[in-house]
Ligand binder design. Structure first.
Ligand code: SF4
Ligand code: SF4
Length: 392
């Protein structure tokens, strides 16, 4: 309440206006949502062929063949029972492919949450005119926690797993090996997620991704604080994430293993949680391990596994708004480095070009005794964190 009463009139306009726009974005998404998108009641029998079933599942024949455990060049016009497919196998494959059907409303939700995060970080977190001596009251956690609860608990479980940024990356490559009908559609979906990551540094991960939100909420619990202070070196986490990404592509394109179309990420897809789909032990283990480890370390799945985490880390160089450190004011006291759960603040202070991931979590924005940190647009005054190092 003290925070709200300290906002200026123009900040109130931003607060009310942004809230109204976010609600309007979700409402428009809701009204445009096709009625038949919810839960398609489709039932297929093995008397049908791949050619007949695949279009109804919105995948290619190759994708359905791969899902059924058949070679991707199997005859697509033959009834499945003649190919030796059991009904239970078909049911399981159809259920899995249907679970990847996107709800379009979720795109609007992502956009609304990112907008809310951007305005909070850029315009609302620090009351206008508030001196540095009051910095401890800046960037209260409640608006962030509310956004995370909306992303992870409300929209996550309500709307299900698709679409999400992780599958945004994976589906582009799957469509390139013929597992989805249109590469363009999947590329547009990925471009949408990258745009949300670029508008404000990794905002889509930090503020809107449902699985990112669950990890962030667990990490925010005031438990095991001593352990949390130990950070995983970025070189290690990003090294694992990069190698995994390369390995997935090599296997998917058949360069390794010789079985084109196999997707290693399937067994580590934690977004299945939002469909309550725990059919595969590896997925259940990934979900449980990621959530339990989130009590000890920051976003373990994002740091070590997520392909969108890797892609958006590369895209961070292009971010329009981001955490900026004023090199002229910074005396390298290390307050922001201690507040940051990753190596991001350390790398920004030292002006590293390829700094560790920054999730726009705001932890560093109210700790600087020199008032050297802000969340601003890249083309502002000369700072670190803009992609150019002017620290000399
Ligand atoms: S890096 Fe984390 S927050 Fe970002 S898409 Fe992946 S799981 Fe979600
Ligand atoms: S604390 Fe670290 S991750 Fe969070 S906004 Fe600051 S630099 Fe980014």
């Amino acid at each position: 309440m003290a925070y709200l009463s300290s906002l200026s009139k123009s900040q109130w306009v931003w607060l009310v206006g942004t809230t109204a726009v976010c609600v309007a974005i979700v409402a428009v998404g809701w009204s445009l949502q096709p009625a038949d998108e919810a839960t398609p009641a489709l039932r297929f029998t093995t008397a049908l062929s791949i050619k007949e079933i695949a279009p109804k599942l919105d995948v290619t024949g190759k994708s359905l063949a791969r899902e059924l455990g058949l070679p991707i060049d199997v005859p697509k016009g033959k009834p499945l029972k003649k190919l030796g497919v059991a009904q239970a196998n078909l049911d399981e494959a159809a259920e899995h492919l249907l679970s990847h059907r996107s709800t379009r409303l979720r795109y609007y939700v992502f956009a609304a949450l990112v907008l809310w995060g951007l305005v909070f970080l850029r315009r609302l977190g620090r009351p206008d005119g508030s001196p540095s001596s009051q910095r401890k009251t800046w960037y209260p956690r409640a608006p962030y926690i509310l956004a995370l609860l909306a992303a992870g608990v409300v929209f996550g479980f309500w709307l299900g797993k698709s679409p999400n940024p992780m599958e945004g990356v994976v589906k582009v490559f799957k469509s390139m090996v013929g597992l989805y009908p249109s590469v363009t559609d999947k590329a547009i979906a990925l471009a949408f997620f990258i745009a949300l990551a670029v508008v404000g540094n990794k905002l889509v991960c930090g503020w809107a991704c449902p699985f990112g939100a669950l990890q962030e909420l667990l990490y925010s619990l005031p438990v095991l604080k001593g352990v949390k202070n130990r950070k995983i070196p970025f070189l290690l986490s990003n090294g694992v994430r990069t190698i995994l990404f390369a390995a997935v592509l090599l296997v998917l394109f058949g360069v390794v293993g010789g079985r084109k179309g196999s997707v290693l990420y399937h067994s580590t897809n934690p977004f299945n949680l939002f469909d309550l789909d725990f059919d595969h032990a590896a997925i259940t283990i990934t979900i449980c391990a990621s959530l339990v480890l989130s009590l000890l370390t920051y976003r373990p799945f994002c740091q070590f596994i997520c392909p969108f985490g890797f892609v958006s880390w590369l895209a961070e160089r292009l971010s329009l708004a981001r955490v900026k450190i004023d090199a002229a004011r910074c005396n390298k006291c290390g307050a922001c480095i201690r507040a940051c759960p990753l190596d991001a603040a350390k790398d920004k202070v030292s002006g590293k070009l390829f700094a560790a991931d920054c999730y726009s979590c705001a932890r560093c924005l109210n700790v600087c005794p020199q008032d050297a940190i802000s969340y601003g647009f890249s083309l502002g005054r000369k700072t670190h964190g803009t992609g150019s190092n002017d620290s000399g």
